[in-house]
Design a binder for this molecule. Sequence first.
Ligand code: FEO
Length: 396
Amino acid sequence: MNISKITERVTYCGVNDRTTALFEGLWSLRDGVTYNSYIVRGSDACAIIEGSESGHASAYVDHVLDALGGRAPQYLVVNHVEPDHSGALPLLLRLFPDIKFVGNAKTLDMLRGFYGFGDDSLLEIHDGDAISLGDRTLSFILTPMVHWPETMMTFVPEEGVLFSGDAFGCFGALSGAVTDDEMEASRFFPEAYRYYACIVAKYGTFVQKAIQKCAGLDIRYICSTHGPVWHSRVADIVDIYSRMASWTADNGVVIAYGSMYGNTAAMAEELAARLAEAGVKEIRLYDLSHCDMSFVLADVMRFKAVVIASPTYNGCIYPPVETFALALAERGITNRAVGLMGSYTWGGAAVRKLADMFAKTKTTLLDSHAQMKQHRIGEVKGAIATLATQIVDYLG
Ligand code: FEO
């Protein structure tokens, strides 16, 4: 399964992972994930593009051997060293002792460090270099920080295939078909938002540079490291990534709160009601103690406004809210309206601390900070209504 011909000379040989619960030990995999790998067959030589994660190395090697059909690969191009793509490389080296792992100087340094590969197994390339496989060519495009410093892409001009590394990837295992033409590919788009939000969002500037760098290529297929091969939906996935990388958003509001005894939750519900009353249709309300944060982050990538509501806890921000707020700040949240609310019993600090945090970001911090003492909800309804009005004005 999953040995699939992509073009005349490119074959998919990746694997599905339906058993890992948390990607990077952090991000939920409700529908699994793929570790994509490919074979490019030239008239004179043959290359594997990307490896796989070590826990799935056995199935992966079976796929590689099937796809090679008895040929020995001369090269293994490592567009990205992160171990979800390189964990199986030592096993491949044992199978093919003469293979050369191809990458830039940073790639090779990481391969030495992670796996102890010797220089006789490594082949350094530079930006713009090419390797001939005979009647097919591997052209290398360095795209650092998409998502690690060594990340690069490989283009096969004769096939119009771009091996894009993590760029244009998504969560979700494949169910039989590999190329988007052969499946209902749009179901992967929300998972592209979630993948980007969790894994790549900090590096949007570099994603934009990579997209610009590839703009002149005649790309007919995008083969990323995770998710379907894009063909008929290339424009869609490039558009999704371009929008996220530039923090472009749709009209809508994410309200993310923490609540111990329902008081901050009541403020969040009140705000959602006022926004709905004002005609806002896209409202996502999340209790951060009970939801999966990866979905909240994905919605922040989609929508123009985010409201964060926190009780004051031990004189600080309530921990699940702080984790979420730090995740946004760490990703360099940009071009969003940020509203703050909070509740306290004897001394409010959470809203002030959140305001300090978001004052350092490239966001529009809305100035109606609704703060409720105990459960005096009647006293803060006016401030919540003002916040709703400010959000609606921002949405335009
Ligand atoms: Fe799928 Fe950054 O590794």
